[in-house]
Design a protein around this ligand. Sequence first.
Ligand SMILES: [Zn+2]
Length: 404
Amino acid sequence: MYAVGVECSRCGRTYSPDALLTVCGECGGALLFRYDLARFADEFSLKDAERREDTFWKFIELLPLSSPKSVISLGEPYTPLLKLPEDFSKPFRNLYVKDDGRLPTGTFKARGMSVAVSKLKELGVKRVAIPSAGNAAAALSAYGMKAGIEVYAFMPRDVPENILKECAFLGAKVYLVDGLINDAAAIVGRLSKKYSWFDVSTNKQPYRFEGYKAMAFELTEQFHWDPPDLIFFPTGGGEGVIGLWKGFKELTELGWVDKTPRLVVVQSSGCAPFVEAYKRGETEIKEPWENAETIAAGLRVPKPYASYLTLKAVEETSGMAVAVDDEEILSSMKSLFRLGIYACPEAAATLAALNKVYEEGELDGDEKTLLYLTGNAMKYFDILEMEKRVLPILDRNVDSLPDH
Ligand SMILES: [Zn+2]
């Protein structure tokens, strides 16, 4: 394989790719895998890629595993890239969605966790812990179960109940925390040594980024190596945006693309620390967002770890950060339903954000634009209110239908 080292994204200190790693021991910065891309470009061509099956593991040489035998898989397909009707969101005639709701456990978190669990299993880890707004814990529970690794999940007590059940039925030890993900993270950090957990927290280990990096490779291939101008990405902790940014850097270095999409961080106005920092021109989120509240549970991350990396990704790609209201999220969710697309609230926020950015005059509508749908609506049907009494109830002997 081609991993040659792991580098601190803040101070540049390097680590062995075969060590069990969390954050930089020197400065606490997030760690990123480095590969011998020149050698890979020499030895592998796009023709080789075409001959391989369209799965998440297609470019496995650029993942941190020592051997393909280490893969822990639940069946990760290329997820569909769909072009939306030209009149769906005027004037955007070149509008696409990529639907990661089709991945195992129904969200893009499967990408990060499949790589992380595969690598941790390879390194002999037996027990992992995660603070989560919900979906990351579900994905970790599933892959942990498959790998035979014990999973301890710590989530806010008001996490969507479906996700809670999912983790419990997947065999995780689930704990509810009277607080938000930051509070859960503090508990995991404090007790990790005592209970011998490896902490798989967002941005506090280098493995999950690599799974998200694969999004850049996959979607670019689906666009026939001509990536979109913009990618709108729902952002809680920021690991998806960091993964895309890293992926496009590697694709550029390989000479496989000659442009990088502008990365647009999408948040809920009920918890928008990245948007606030972006507007103020800051390079890091300094204070946690107070009273974080949104129906998009995955976006409720008041103070993400290593926030400087996400903001750097936005800056380097001439991206943006935009917040939308829960009402706009719900109405976007319903608009996508009318196309038969099951977007979770986090994912639907990207459509609301597109409209908002356009109204603010930031785009002219000609851009080839991708809305990244990070998860499946099915996990969230309970937030869509529809009173039963609005549906007619039929007598068993009915011979004509009431107005409806
Ligand atoms: Zn460092």
